[in-house]
Design a protein around this ligand. Structure first.
Ligand SMILES: [Zn+2]
Length: 301
């Protein structure tokens, strides 16, 4: 009787989840990593889906509300969200997640960036001024970021610190054995020639030694012009790539125009976690990406 009463009182004073850390993830890949490392210890909001360009987003009221209550903000950084995150942070007015605070976590701070420009010329619309920000498609980057993220969760939520460390260890064990399997499959794909709509797959290519021979955007963020596509058709025709790859959020028309004329595959890769019609978690993201590339590779045998 006493126990029941105590339990009831506890429920009244501490509703379930009231103490849970509020986490705001800018992109689905980080939302997924948070789920791996934090499970039910956190309440998670993910700002974008696989169908939204993470470079461009409206700071809509629901996102402002979510950043206002967040204890931790996890985004890619490296200017990927420069078009919307600063505005969102200003509107949220939440001191805990501003730059420099423990609640502000930028994944790109912990990995080596590719394609760092020698000279930044924003007047030409380059949206990768700090190097390529699409860092998550090398699983070794995910592994490095997981360590830093678990530490940060422990700092913000010391009561559950040992739980975050246990989950990190368990994740790293599964993740590293998955990487071994992916790299074995990847050996067959080494040197596979691809064209890409946007420079969204540079880290995947770097990891698997894929050869991205052309980009449909003349500069990151500049929509492919008819003239540029025509010149790509001319240069690629003698030795076409195996496929033209794009993200789920990219406009498919330039890829289709070029692939029809080159008679090669237009391939929508998963790019990120996508619970609608794609990979449900980070493991499935790499499994599905490799499967798609293997299919292209095998078609050409
Ligand atoms: Zn980009």
């Amino acid at each position: 009787m006493m126990n029941k009463l105590t339990a009831l009182l506890l429920l009244l004073v501490a509703p379930l989840g009231a103490d849970a850390l509020e986490v705001f993830a800018c992109e689905p890949e980080w939302g997924s990593l948070v789920k791996e490392l934090a499970g039910d210890n956190v309440n998670l909001t993910v700002a974008t889906t696989a169908f939204q360009d993470p470079h461009r987003l409206q700071a809509r009221p629901s996102l402002i509300a979510a950043t206002r209550r967040a204890d931790l903000l996890i985004c890619t950084g490296a200017d990927l969200e420069i078009g919307w995150l600063p505005l969102l942070l200003r509107r949220a007015g939440n001191p805990d997640i501003q730059p420099g605070r423990p609640g502000h976590f930028m994944a790109a701070d912990y990995v080596r960036k590719l394609e760092i420009p020698v000279l930044v010329d924003r007047s030409q619309g380059d949206i990768h001024p700090q190097g390529n920000p699409h860092i998550h498609l090398n699983p070794n980057n995910i592994s490095r970021i997981a360590i830093k993220l678990a530490e940060r969760l422990g700092v913000l939520d010391p009561a559950n610190e040992s739980d975050y460390m246990d989950r990190l260890q368990e994740f790293q064990y599964r993740w590293k054995s998955a990487i071994v399997g992916w790299e074995q499959r990847g050996e067959l794909l080494s040197g596979l020639r691809l064209a890409s709509h946007h420079r969204g797959f540079s880290y995947l290519a770097d990891w698997l030694d894929l050869n991205i021979v052309a980009t449909l955007e003349r500069k990151p963020g500049i929509p492919p012009s008819a003239a540029h596509l025509a010149s790509l058709l001319e240069t690629l025709s003698p030795n076409p790539p195996a496929a033209v790859v794009r993200t789920p959020y990219a406009n498919e028309k330039p890829s289709l125009w070029l692939t029809e004329r080159l008679d090669v595959r237009a391939l929508r890769l998963p790019y990120t976690v996508n619970v609608v019609d794609g990979p449900v978690d980070l493991f499935a993201l790499f499994d599905m990406t490799l499967a798609a590339l293997e299919e292209v590779h095998n078609e050409r045998l």
